[in-house]
Design a binder for this molecule. Structure first.
Ligand SMILES: Nc1ncnc2c1ncn2[C@@H]1O[C@H](COP(=O)(O)OP(=O)(O)O)[C@@H](O)[C@H]1O
Ligand SMILES: [Mg+2]
Length: 311
């Protein structure tokens, strides 16, 4: 079963925990001159940030494991004090928080609650090249410094991903089908979203447009199923996979480089399969009766640069 992490918007009530996680994470970095203000800010400072612009937290049970704050600046939203508690670093939580936040912001833009914002930015310390690299892997690129930015900081930026409104299951299949014209052998598509979100439904539309053989279902006991065709589809359901999925574990009679691989429930498990990958995040509406889903598509790696995605 999957790890019980919850990603949610941060509120003023979270200020004490957010301050504590940020302070612990920043204290664990190499000591820098001048030191980060994250080390000395008060709960009231953090509460003021959260009150004015909001933020995001990752929780397990009641504990906050990671957090960030937002700052809005014309058409840019800035991610600030991005922090993973030192006890929980090294397991991709920062990446997942960043991607969840991007998808959340993309949904807010679709809702019309984000105004003119079209880009996401982050400032990093020049002395910490690994931090710069972290954001580059997420397709952020260095931009010229804005006026007033201290010399020891660099700014990286990227476009906000696009969010698509999907009214019903048929539209979800159509969205899966729309992806097919851009797919090539070796492509990896990761589908994220809770049980019943529509990951298998999306895959069904994709499979139909690929014209591969065999019905796409939610596999109960198999992890992966190969659907033969001129461009074969490998459909992986990692719901029951505990940790780190290896290609060898899939025991496939086809080579991934000749196929399109679609993975449900791969978050935190299969990012290592391919640096070049497409991630599809499906979110249900809060209202149970509302069938609408919002889908955010994001591509990573050189394979996808310049490729127009549906939506
Ligand atoms: N907008 C929608 N998009 C996708 N599925 C929807 C939508 N509205 C209703 N559904 C229904 O929700 C269910 C989604 O199931 P499934 O695709 O198996 O989810 P998952 O694979 O994410 O667990 C299907 O029964 C589908 O018909
Ligand atoms: Mg499924």
């Amino acid at each position: 079963m999957r790890e019980d992490l919850r990603f949610c918007p941060a509120t003023v009530q979270d200020a004490a925990e957010v301050r504590a996680v940020a302070a612990a994470a920043f204290a664990a970095r190499p000591s820098l001159q001048p030191p980060s203000a994250a080390l000395t800010e008060s709960v009231a400072d953090v509460a003021a940030d959260l009150d004015s612009a909001g933020g995001a937290v990752v929780r397990r049970g009641d504990a906050v494991l990671a957090c960030l704050r937002l700052a809005f600046d014309d058409d840019v939203v800035r991610l600030r004090r991005v922090a993973v508690h030192p006890d929980h670093q090294g397991r991709g939580l920062g990446t997942r928080l960043a991607l969840w936040t991007q998808a959340w912001l993309a949904r807010r833009r679709l809702d019309g609650t984000l105004g003119e914002v079209s880009r996401i930015a982050v400032d990093v310390r020049r002395e910490l090249p690994a931090n710069k690299r972290f954001w580059e892997v997420l397709e952020y690129g260095v931009v010229p410094p804005r006026p007033g930015l201290p010399d020891h900081m660099l700014t990286l930026e990227r476009a906000l991903p696009a969010a698509v409104s999907v009214p019903d299951a048929e539209a979800m299949r159509a969205l899966g089908a729309q992806l097919v014209p851009v797919l090539k052998p070796g492509d990896v598509v990761l589908l994220h979203g809770e049980l019943g979100a529509g990951k298998t439904t999306f895959t069904q539309g994709l499979a139909a447009a690929l014209e591969v053989r065999g019905a796409v279902t939610s596999p109960t006991f198999v992890i992966a199923r190969v659907h033969p065709g001129s461009l074969p589809l490998v459909h992986v359901d990692a719901y029951r996979v505990g940790s780190g999925l290896e290609v060898d574990d899939l025991d496939l009679d086809t080579a991934l480089e000749d196929s399109v691989t679609v993975v449900e429930w791969g978050e935190g498990l299969v990012e290592d399969l391919s640096a070049d990958r497409l991630e599809v995040r499906i979110e249900r509406s809060q209202a149970e009766a509302d069938e609408r889903r919002v889908v955010v598509l994001e591509a990573f790696g050189p394979r996808w640069r310049g490729v127009a995605l549906p939506g």
